[in-house]
Design a protein around this ligand. Structure first.
Ligand SMILES: C[S@@+](CC[C@H](N)C(=O)[O-])C[C@H]1O[C@@H](n2cnc3c(N)ncnc32)[C@H](O)[C@@H]1O
Length: 444
């Protein structure tokens, strides 16, 4: 049995190390932003999928670098004559979520664009996949393997979050595919309320179909000819000089399922774990995105009138998120805060570094957010110091900057230190809108 997990581009290695460390799973097929893992056979027990459901929920909650997790069911290639490379095969998974025998050929289907929707439903529906590679899909949909309540469609990221303005999102053609999948569902009576709406979150108890576009480049060989003078004949001849490899994008769709339980994190409710959050036009920094996502993920709820401090506030995106909930915000930063934030009557700028400011200013503060571009150890020093002077703090939401991914190895030590702060709840995650950093949420 295999699982597939989307992650931030560049974080595949840390994700692989993390999953090996947590579960001893080895990675299999992997591309930038997308990794598959083999689940050892001993975990594939015949209990109607209960063990695997527990495992997936545990992984979704405990992995820092996994966005979502799905059981792999099959893979569809839309590449015409292109042969699926042997190395890209991943084994299929049976109804209970487990497979001891290899069905490699039967889950990698070469299909045409018109067959995509039908082929996806056949992977879910047919007791055995309909046809081997190259033969297209022919058999009618039969008994479902999974009773699908909701459809998620997304693609792996192509760039690192924030790079060249890239923000993870689901493209309009995939939203269209979602709507075709819902309307083409062979078992519509199982679909959940609002499943035709792309942004509608999944509900607890639902089984979600995951369709991920993982475009895999193949290469065509082109012989380039160029004229060369033949010294004997003095004629120009066309000479084959070299072979040029030209990439041809092959649309490859991975198909899987995941289950939404009471314990599932909010990211499991949305396609690819991408919460439907858009940067408002008046947001002063992209930090707005990560703090909006951070509050929703952590379950920290900021009431109107709540007193907050934002450490490393400038230019003010994080503060805007708090202000939009009616909070009273002290923004600490030596740098300039944007006028739109400064002009908010609920915002006060304390200009300077946190360690240079008067501690009594924070005595009424209930919530702390922090986003300081310094080493994690320094961020933790700063927050520990704030806590020393205020025992009434309900919780904190802050980034730890991973200037190099090597720092990811030290996260357990950071968490060990945070555990001493006396909060009941500690969560760490690389959020979809985090860049070289992870978000930490602690609350009482
Ligand atoms: C990534 S930016 C913060 C973005 C901001 N959170 C937002 O929402 O727009 C990091 C900020 O940390 C500030 N900073 C660095 N060291 C600091 C310290 N010791 N105390 C307060 N702010 C600090 C920097 O001046 C910089 O503005």
């Amino acid at each position: 049995m295999f699982l597939f997990i989307p992650c931030q581009v560049g974080c595949e290695r840390v994700l692989k190390e993390e999953i090996r460390e947590l579960y001893n799973f080895n990675s299999a097929f992997s591309r930038a932003g997308f990794v598959t893992f083999k689940v050892p056979d001993e975990l594939c027990v015949d209990d109607g999928g209960e063990t695997i459901r527990l495992l997936m929920t545990h992984l979704a909650n405990n992995s820092i670098f996994a966005r979502t997790v799905s059981i792999f069911l099959g893979k569809l290639y839309m590449s015409g004559d292109f042969e699926i490379p042997e190395t890209e095969h991943v084994t299929a998974t049976s109804q209970s979520g487990c497979s001891r025998t290899k069905h490699t050929d039967h889950t990698s289907l070469n299909i045409s664009a018109e067959n995509l929707v039908e082929s996806i439903w056949q992977l879910i529906s047919a007791p055995k996949p309909a046809a081997p590679i190259g033969y297209g899909i022919s058999s009618a949909v039969s008994q479902p393997k999974y009773f699908i309540n909701r459809v998620h469609v997304f693609s792996r990221d192509c760039l690192m979050t924030g790079q060249n303005g890239f923000e993870p999102a689901v493209s309009s053609d995939l939203v269209e595919l979602h709507s075709k999948l819902v309307s083409g569902c062979p078992f519509p009576k199982f679909l959940g309320v609002g499943s035709e709406r792309f942004d509608q979150p999944a509900f607890v108890g639902e089984t979600v179909l995951d369709v991920v576009r993982v475009d895999v480049d193949s290469y065509t060989q082109v012989n380039s000819k160029f004229p060369k003078l033949n010294m004997e004949t003095q004629q120009c001849e066309a000479v084959v000089q070299e072979q040029i490899l030209t990439p041809i994008p092959a649309s490859v769709y991975f198909v899987g399922v995941h289950f939404v339980t009471e314990e599932s994190p909010i990211h499991s409710l949305y396609s690819g774990g991408i919460l439907p959050i858009q940067l408002p036009t008046d947001a002063v920094s992209r930090a707005w995105l990560k703090f909006e996502e951070g509050l929703r993920w952590s379950g920290i709820s900021i009431d109107a009138g709540a007193s907050c401090v934002d450490i490393g506030a400038a230019p003010g995106g994080g503060s805007q998120v708090l202000l939009s909930r009616g909070a009273i915000v002290l923004g600490v930063d030596p740098a300039e805060v944007a006028p739109i934030v400064l002009n908010n009557p609920n915002f006060k700028h304390i200009r300077g570094r946190i360690n240079q400011t008067q501690r009594f200013l924070y005595k009424n503060v209930r919530w702390v957010i922090a986003d300081i571009n310094v080493a994690p150890k320094y961020t933790l020093d700063v927050l520990e110091d704030v806590l020393k002077y205020n025992s009434k703090i309900n919780g904190m939401l802050f980034t730890l900057k991973l200037s190099t991914l090597e720092l990811a190895k030290h996260i357990p030590q950071f968490v060990k230190r945070i555990r001493k702060w006396d909060f009941n709840n500690i969560k760490v995650k690389q959020l979809v809108f985090n860049r070289h950093e992870v978000m930490v949420a602690v609350k009482k």
